[in-house]
Design a protein around this ligand. Sequence first.
Ligand SMILES: [Zn+2]
Length: 215
Amino acid sequence: MRIALLGPPGCGKGTQGEIVCKDLAIPHISSGDLLRQAVQSGNELGRAAKDYMDRGQLVPDELVIGLIKERVAQQDCKAGFVLDGFPRNREQAEKLDGGLVGEGLDRVVAIEVSEPALVARLGGRRTCRGCGHLYHVSWNPPKVEGRCDACGAEIYTRDDDREDTVRERLEVYRKRTEPLMDFYQGMGLLRRVDGEAAPAEVSKRVFAALAVRND
Ligand SMILES: [Zn+2]
C-alpha cells in the first residue's frame, strides 16, 4: 500500500508513520532523509541538490520528486511505502501524481489535531541543551525543574516551540495544506483521522482509515 501521511507539526505523524511502517513492513520515506542521503552519495541528483542547499535556496520540487521516484522504484518498495513530509502543498501533489503514474498513492491519511491541543503539545515542549532530550511541562517534566534527568544540563524552550512561533507554523501549515486536502479528497484518497488521543488509540484509527488489520 502506498501511503502519504499528512498532519500539522505536533500531530504525532512521525510516531504513527513508524508504527505503520513496522506493522506493514514497508519503508518510511522522508524527503528530508532522501535529500541528505543523495547529497552524501554524491550522485547526479545529490550534487544538484547540494548546489541549491549551499546557496541557501529551496531544492526545487522536480528534484525532490526525482529522488522520490528513484526511491519508490527500489525493490523494498514493491509492497508499498509511507511518504512522510511530502507533498506539502497542492502544486507538489500534482507534480508527484504525474510522477508516479501507474503507481500512484493508495491512501492519504491526514492526522487532525485542534490548534489549542497543538499549542499545548508544542508550546509545553522543553529541550535539554546538553543531550537534546525532550520533556513536556505537563506530561513529562524533569525530576528537578529546569535540569535534565539524563545529563543534568539546562532545559530550555526552543524558538520553534515558543507559543507565537507555534501559532505561526500552524497558520502556514493550514494555508498550504487545505488545498492539498481538497486535491486528495477529489481523488477519493483522503481519510481524516482524529489525532487527539493516546498514540495507541490514534494508531487504531489510522489502521482503520487504511482499512488494514493491526493485531
Ligand atoms: Zn540532557
